[in-house]
Write a protein that binds this ligand. Sequence first.
Ligand SMILES: C[S@@+](CC[C@H](N)C(=O)[O-])C[C@H]1O[C@@H](n2cnc3c(N)ncnc32)[C@H](O)[C@@H]1O
Length: 239
Amino acid sequence: MFRGMLESSIISRAINNGIVQVNLVNIRDFSLDKHRKVDDYPFGGGTGMIMSCEPISRAIASVRTQSSRVVYMSPKGRVYNQRIAEEYAALSHVIILCGHYEGVDQRVIDMEVDDEISLGDFVLTGGEIAAMALVDSVSRLIPGVLPEGAVKEESFNGGLLEYPQYTRPAVYKGVEVPPVLLSGNHEMIRRWRRKKAFEITMLRRPDLLADAKLSQEDLQIIFELECENIRYSNRKEGK
Ligand SMILES: C[S@@+](CC[C@H](N)C(=O)[O-])C[C@H]1O[C@@H](n2cnc3c(N)ncnc32)[C@H](O)[C@@H]1O
């Protein structure tokens, strides 16, 4: 499952350049069972199988270092976001445990795991897709993986969603690119983008603004947007 991701585009370049290292560990290789079994029936009954302690514990021990953080991808974990990605990008070694079947014996989670992360409020078949999302989103934050400045203006940075982006042609199916972007006036473009970022964030994710550090200019932009909103509501109500 991991090969496609690790062998393509930005992540593969980061690996080839030695900026990021990804080591895949097959838990089955650490089973003491002659059939390489890693799961068993749940105590107390119920459907599905549970991953056993021993192979997981041995697999983790095979890669653990002094500085490792062990994270279990789990729907019961804290819900992943860009802030957690930044937290992980500052770590030097992360061991990601992917569960399968009905999950993992709680004792090995309690003994070995430092953190549990969920990709969102839904249930995946296994932890691999969640692990890939973690590896991808963390890797692109590591200096040298993306061109300098590339992550600076992205969504979630500074508590804002990103402003809308456009590329050529300047007119597509009769719809023009906002004229300011063709003006060549960098200051006007910067301010337009900042305003659009506030506009979309206030509309779709006002919760993010709690994290935004607001400058005097930002307060002015919010004031302008509020005024535009009032004018729009008044027009709609025929006032
Ligand atoms: C079918 S799920 C087990 C779900 C578990 N029985 C429950 O109800 O919480 C199998 C594995 O997928 C992974 N997984 C499922 N949903 C996930 C999510 N939202 N985020 C991260 N990992 C998830 C976990 O590693 C989990 O052990």
